[in-house]
Ligand binder design. Structure first.
Ligand SMILES: Nc1nc2c(ncn2[C@@H]2O[C@H](COP(=O)(O)OP(=O)(O)OP(=O)(O)O)[C@@H](O)[C@H]2O)c(=O)[nH]1
Length: 352
């Protein structure tokens, strides 16, 4: 079973959700708490006559606040994280330029850097942090361009601690990301195993219920009318009894190949029981599904199982039904099963 189907499953697990929450909460923290603090500082600076800093704080406070509001409206997009990352650059530069209260503003750079690394993701953060720190260093080493007045020893201490801080923050983010990737791989493999039949490597019933039908329900236009075919190999017990269980297994794998060869990549062939398979044709109506099932039946009939010592003609009976909406899926499977029994009862090797 392919990994893209399994990836769909991961949409329903907690790991990705946890990372999305971490980024969102960080964004909201910087946006709502940060913009409130900046607004208060803006008013304070206005009262003491530091108009430029007051203006800049007010400006970034509004920008970051509205960016967060937009992130609620367009929650499917990541762009507001990158906008917040850019705003952090401007906020840092404003702090460096004005110096803040008694030129102590450089302390605020540390949380801002950390927030920036989280919200844009550590890979993109390499560029963001280089730009942020590059402009800060440029500012600090061209003091005549700044309104603030930093003591040399403060600049040196700030830069050394910023360097250490950035290294530790990146190491932390890198390994957090690595462990997330490893957990993701493990979960992917566990889910692949839990959703795959070990003999034929086909998806199993669990996959259909937990992933496929859930996806069809989410996106009905791409799936309905959805036709289901239940295929059951005729007299399979005879194959087991005559040639042994291992040959029986081999026949199941062989029939799987034949079934897969007669469907499109978007169709699903699943193993739902011993010698029973469920084939799903999305966006196929009943009359076309019957034709496809007939094509599959003929393909199996015309390609007998062959090994060094054995040649055995295998046939199958098939029951077909179509669901027009997701509410009809269960009913369609039941009806396909009834049709399959009818095919067996009336002579086998046929489609009903
Ligand atoms: N080799 C092998 N046999 C299996 C497997 N799963 C189920 N079976 C066998 O499949 C056979 C199914 O037999 P029945 O249910 O009587 O069906 P049938 O012989 O195909 O007869 P009809 O379906 O009525 O045509 C049983 O003998 C099971 O033991 C499997 O994974 N490998």
């Amino acid at each position: 079973m392919d990994h893209s189907s399994i990836r769909q499953l991961l949409k329903y697990t907690h790991q990705n959700k946890a990372e999305v929450k971490r980024r969102r909460l960080t964004l909201f923290f910087i946006s709502y708490v940060g913009s409130s603090i900046m607004a208060i500082l803006a008013i304070e600076n206005l009262m003491v006559g530091n108009n430029l800093l007051a203006f800049l704080l007010g400006l970034w406070s509004c920008a970051i606040f509205f960016n967060a509001i937009f992130s609620h409206l367009y929650s499917g997009s990541d762009v507001h994280y990158y906008i917040a990352g850019v705003l952090v650059i401007f906020m840092s530069l404003s702090i460096v330029y004005t110096g803040g209260y008694k030129n102590t503003g450089l302390y605020f750079i540390f949380p801002l850097l950390f927030i920036q690394i989280i919200i844009v993701g550590y890979k993109a953060a390499i560029i963001y942090v280089i730009v942020t720190m590059g402009s800060i260093v440029y500012g600090l080493y061209t003091p005549w361009l700044l309104q603030a007045n930093y003591a040399d020893e403060h600049v040196t201490r700030f830069l050394i601690s910023a360097f250490c801080f950035i290294c530790v923050a990146f190491i932390g983010e890198f390994f957090w990301n690595q462990s997330r990737k490893e957990m993701y791989r493990d979960t992917l493999e566990n889910m692949r195993q839990a959703n795959t039949d070990p003999l034929t490597k086909l998806p199993n019933r669990r996959f259909l219920e937990a992933v496929y039908f859930a996806r069809a329900t989410e996106d009905p236009a791409d799936y309905f009318p959805l036709s289901v075919v239940i295929l059951d190999i005729d007299h399979f017990k005879v194959i087991n009894d005559t040639y042994g269980h291992d040959v029986g297994d081999d026949v199941l794998v062989y029939i799987t190949k034949l079934m897969k060869a007669s469907v499109r990549a978007t169709d699903i062939v699943a193993r739902t029981g011993g010698e029973e398979f469920l084939i799903i044709f999305p966006s196929v109506n009943l009359s076309n599904a019957v034709k496809l099932a007939e094509k599959m039946r003929v393909h199996i009939e015309n390609n007998p199982y062959k090994s060094a010592e054995i040649e055995h003609r295998v046939t199958a009976s098939l029951g077909v039904q179509t669901a027009l909406t997701d509410a009809q899926i269960e009913e369609a499977i039941k009806q396909a099963d009834i049709n399959l029994y009818e095919a067996k009862r009336t002579g086998r090797n046929k489609v009903v």
